[in-house]
Every structure is written in C-alpha cells, then in structure tokens.
Write a protein that binds this ligand. Structure first.
Ligand SMILES: C[S@@+](CC[C@H](N)C(=O)[O-])C[C@H]1O[C@@H](n2cnc3c(N)ncnc32)[C@H](O)[C@@H]1O
Length: 330
C-alpha cells in the first residue's frame, strides 16, 4: 500500500493547510503515522474499532516520537458523532457504503473525504446483483468496467452527500492494484448539491457496434448506471502534487503524468483490444494511434489500463482512423 499512502501524503501536502485528520479505519496506524510524520501542520487521530489494533498503533506512534498523532479505539460511527475533521479517510475491507453517512457527518465544511473501495468485482460488473444491492447502480462490463466502477463509487458518494444538502468537487479519483479510490472536497451550499446531482447519468454501451453515449436520463439504450459523469480530477490541484522523495517516486510520477494528461470526457475509455477484435485487425502501437486521433480531435492515454485511451471523436471516426492505420494485409 506504499503507493496508496504516497498519494495521500502528496495530496495533503498540496492543500497547504493545517488539518485535523481522521484515519478512521487505520489497522496498524501506518497511514496515520506517515501523515503525522510527513505532512506539516497535521493533527491526526488513528482510529480502529478493534482493540487488537491499538497496541500496534501505540507502538508506531511511540517509535516515531509523534506528539501530533493519537490512537483511538472507537467505532467510527461514534467517533464522527463526537468529533469533526478536515480530512476523513475510509479504507474498509470491501465496500465503504456502510460508513459513508458517518464519514460525511465527521467531515468539516470544505473538508476532504478519501474513500477506498476494494469490492471491485461488484463495481466492475463481475457480480452485478451485489452492485445493484450495495450501490443501486447497474454496472457496465467489458473494457470500460473499471472506469464504470470508479464512477459508480463516486455517484454513490455524491448521492449520500446530497441527502445532507452537500455537494462535492472531485480532487483525484483512480483505479490501481484492484482497488478504487476517490478524494472529494465537500461543498456546503445547497446549490452545490444540486449542481452535483446534475452530473449523474447513464451510459449506453453496445458491444456489437461499440456505440457508446451518455444521457442524464435512464432509457432502453442508456441502461447502465447511474454514474458520476463529471470530472475525475481537479487539474489545478493535481499540478501542486510533488513526488520527490516518495517511497514509490517513480510510480507516483508515472501516474501523475497520466492523470494530468488524461482527457476527462463523459464517454468512457476505449481499448485497443476491443477495437482489434471488433475490426479484426492487429492493434497498432497505442502512441501512434493517439497521435493520429489527435490530428482529428482530442485524445489521451488513461491510467485505467496501458491499452486504453480516451477521445472526444465519435465511435465511427475512431473505427475509421483505426482502419486507416491498420490496412488489411490480406
Ligand atoms: C482494510 S483495514 C485498514 C487498513 C489500513 N487503512 C492500512 O492502510 O493499513 C480495515 C480496518 O477497519 C477496521 N474497522 C472495520 N469496521 C470499523 C468501524 N466500524 N469503525 C472503526 N474501524 C473499523 C478493521 O478493524 C480493520 O482494521
């Protein structure tokens, strides 16, 4: 989880603020201790409801001689009725859904929610009934399944925030190492909540034709979702992230580069393998194809997979350009 924690450190440093931090499900306290150690101006509560976790958390705090980190042995539902924080981290085994309302209540005005979901299989459509139950959303299968899962998670956070008249601004959202994670800044105006809800919607994805589109409303074609259709990241905020000195510096830089250049279209990722099997032509190099797409519109790599890309061109244009670059050699 070093990469995951490195991202939290970069993000918290990028806020440039003094912060009260709750690592609500801290286990051994590794993330909490790193934050207290590495982010100036933080006051950290390392919480876990398991009594067995507390000696490990205490030992980690003492080993690092930290005066700005304290162990807490509470059910997070109780912690967040008693205290509030500028940054709330939820890192459960599986789905964060049972904890979202409490986390929101424990998050101060303008605070940041950091939410992990490791139940990637339901969210990515491998267990659709479970996704329908947990997230009340219809997952999309195929090459866009991880983006779909991420956007279902974000939609769920948005719907929970809306119940309390709050909105959200996504700061950074990603899929890596089989988990999904989103960092959102909570907004406190009713208008923010309304604007946020306008960014939820449905997807069409036809595996026969590769046609895909979004709609604010459910219909026979747009049967997947609802998803968050707004941006995944805040580019201005991302520009403040610094990877120097991170444990996984090289990987951080690779992802930062991908996130900063990722096209944030409503329409989900395409994949070279998808085009290759649909058009029955071996895939060209992704970089060459993206260069060609860019001469006709916008295009970028994505962090979701090394073979996927995003573009604002139509499906037909994408297919035509793919065929142009991969002439039939028969
Ligand atoms: C996946 S682990 C957390 C890993 C940790 N964040 C890390 O980076 O190493 C989930 C933890 O949540 C704790 N937990 C589960 N339900 C909780 C609750 N309602 N309140 C507080 N902690 C809880 C578990 O005891 C477990 O240690």
């Amino acid at each position: 989880m070093a990469f995951n924690r490195d991202i939290s450190i970069m993000l918290l440093r990028a806020t440039g603020r003094d912060l009260r931090v709750a690592d609500a499900m801290t286990a051994t306290g590794s993330r909490a201790v790193r934050i207290a150690n590495e982010v100036k101006g933080t006051e950290v509560v390392a919480n876990d409801y398991s009594a067995d976790a507390i000696p490990y958390i205490q030992a980690n705090i003492e080993m690092n001689s930290l005066s700005n980190c304290r162990a807490s042995n509470k059910d997070l539902h109780i912690l967040f009725t008693e205290e509030s924080f500028d940054y709330v981290d939820l890192d459960p085994f599986g789905s964060p859904v049972p904890f979202l309302q409490s986390a929101i209540r424990g998050c101060r005005k303008g605070g940041i929610l950091a939410i992990t979901a490791t139940d990637t299989a339901p969210l990515a459509g491998a267990h659709a009934p479970k996704c329908r139950r947990r997230y009340q959303s219809e997952p999309v299968r195929g090459y866009m399944c991880h983006e779909g899962g991420l956007r279902i998670l974000m939609c769920t956070v948005a719907r929970e925030l809306a119940k309390l008249d709050r909105g959200m601004k996504p700061l950074l959202s990603f899929y890596a190492d089989h988990y999904l994670r989103t960092y959102v800044q909570v907004q406190d105006k009713v208008e923010d909540a309304d604007r946020m809800l306008e960014q939820l919607g449905y997807m069409e994805y036809n595996t026969e034709t590769l046609d895909r589109s979004t709609s604010k409303h459910y219909d026979e074609a747009h049967k997947y979702g609802p998803f968050w259709l707004g941006p995944l990241h805040d580019q201005e905020f991302l520009s403040k992230f610094r990877a120097e000195g991170m444990a996984t510096e090289k990987r951080c830089n690779k992802y930062l580069d991908l996130w900063r250049n990722e096209l944030d279209t409503e329409v989900f990722v395409y994949d070279m393998s998808e085009l290759s099997s649909h058009l029955k032509r071996s895939p060209p190099k992704l970089v060459d194809f993206i260069d060609l797409l860019k001469t006709n519109g916008k295009a970028s790599m994505t962090h979701m997979s090394p073979t996927s890309f995003k573009t604002d061109l139509s499906v037909q244009q994408v297919k035509d350009l793919y065929l142009e670059l991969t002439p039939d050699r028969k």
